[in-house]
Design a protein. Structure first.
Length: 397
């Protein structure tokens, strides 16, 4: 009999965790597993890439009303006579209003959101919270399952999440999976009580698929080539360092570089980043392209790939740039050395605009260094589809 699995994730908007999940879903052996995917919001760039073997579930009923704008939400609950949900919706609103830390806000407001979500009517062999915070809490508290697995895609101690909040949840997990040895070591330090539950499974990456998609022609009217083209693929959020990238662009202009810097991605910081670009008159130099279903043609066309992150778990975008043999510059975030060997298959810069600009400038003006990095990149294998075996082992332990 097939084992029944449920994966839980808020949406399939573009992001490393979402992309990793899509690759996992396209790699699973469906002769052995029956798979449901629960998304809080049935939207996102990757929705069309979910394999047909997967049943997509969504949250309905009170959660739909809870997700409406505040006034509409409250009116809906008043009409239904659900005063407890009126109170919880108000508390959810005010808690988000006063908590500036987005991660803490998501943790602290789970208690209010969950009041609008019933227990899943189905029973599963394994429930998998495929992303930190709400996905894990949902898998633990709202799903009947024999086994529960949580997934952390970031460096926990740098993420702003509260250990005191998560510890009780993590104790209820059978396994807590993370995506790099550095992230695993960090979790061991932060949560010594659950060391035996912490497992490392690298994000699944398919070189064949990436190389195939990179061959598609690049016809984006917003994309114009310059002497040098820099590319970043990242969510527009503070930890991804896009503001640092804008500052670095100013420093590169002062160095006299003829370049364009493109960013593929979207997120909550977009309006603020656009304002900074406008204030510095960088509209023709630093360009936000938005979300792209196929970023690989852009990576292939770039002169170099830059990841200016403040912190990362394990960046899938860096792995994809490595597969496509691009010279890479990254900032020295805590897990940087998990992905790049400095001056061997990429460059690691100190985390400030002057150092990053100088490193990019020197790389772009040194063809010999570019070739050295490319040769070393092309010597290595970056496919990680074999990591699925570690996942199977957790399912069957």
């Amino acid at each position: 009999m097939k084992k029944k699995l449920l994966f839980v994730i808020p949406s399939l908007d573009a992001g490393g965790a979402e992309k990793s999940l899509i690759t996992l879903l396209n790699t699973i052996d469906y002769s052995l597993y029956e798979v449901d995917l629960l998304v809080f919001h049935k939207k996102g760039l990757f929705l069309s890439l979910v394999p047909q073997s997967v049943s997509i579930l969504t949250l309905e009923g009170d959660y739909v009303d809870f997700s409406k704008p505040l006034v509409r939400s409250i009116i809906s609950f008043i009409k239904k006579g659900k005063l407890n949900l009126v109170i919880n919706r108000l508390l959810f609103f005010f808690k988000n209003k006063i908590e500036s830390n987005v991660s803490k806000a998501e943790q602290n407001t789970w208690r209010y959101i969950k009041s609008s979500i019933p227990i899943s009517p189905q029973t599963y062999d394994v429930a998998i919270g495929a992303l930190e915070k709400t996905s894990i809490y949902f898998a633990i508290e709202k799903v009947r399952s024999t086994k529960t697995i949580g997934w952390i895609h970031t460096n926990y101690s740098k993420s702003g999440m509260q250990r005191s909040f998560d510890l009780d949840f993590f104790k209820k997990l059978d396994f807590l999976v993370t995506v790099s040895e550095e992230c695993s070591a960090d979790l061991h330090t932060v949560f010594p009580e659950i060391q035996s539950k912490i497992k490392c499974i690298y994000n699944l990456v398919s070189p064949d698929l990436i190389n195939e998609l990179a061959q598609h022609p690049l016809t984006d009217a917003a994309y114009e080539r310059a002497q040098f083209t820099i590319l970043t693929v990242a969510r527009l959020s503070k930890e991804k360092g896009i503001e640092l990238a804008v500052e670095t662009s100013l420093a590169l202009l002062k160095l006299g570089l003829d370049f364009k810097w493109y960013v593929i991605g979207d997120g909550q910081e977009r309006n603020r980043i656009e304002q900074i670009i406008k204030e510095n008159k960088l509209e023709n130099v630093f360009v936000l392209l938005g979300l792209k279903e196929n970023p690989y043609s852009y990576i292939k066309a770039a002169t170099c790939y830059v990841q200016p992150s403040i912190y990362e778990g394990k960046s899938i975008a860096i792995d994809e740039a490595k597969i496509l043999g691009k010279p890479i510059v990254i900032t020295n975030f805590p897990t940087a050395k998990d992905q790049i060997q400095h001056e061997h298959n990429g460059l690691i810069s100190e985390m400030n605009s002057i150092a990053l600009a100088n490193m990019i400038f020197n790389l772009l003006n040194d063809v010999q260094l570019q070739q050295h990095l490319i040769v070393n990149l092309n010597k290595s294998e970056y496919g990680t589809l074999s990591e699925i075996e570690k996942f199977y082992q957790l399912l069957n332990d």
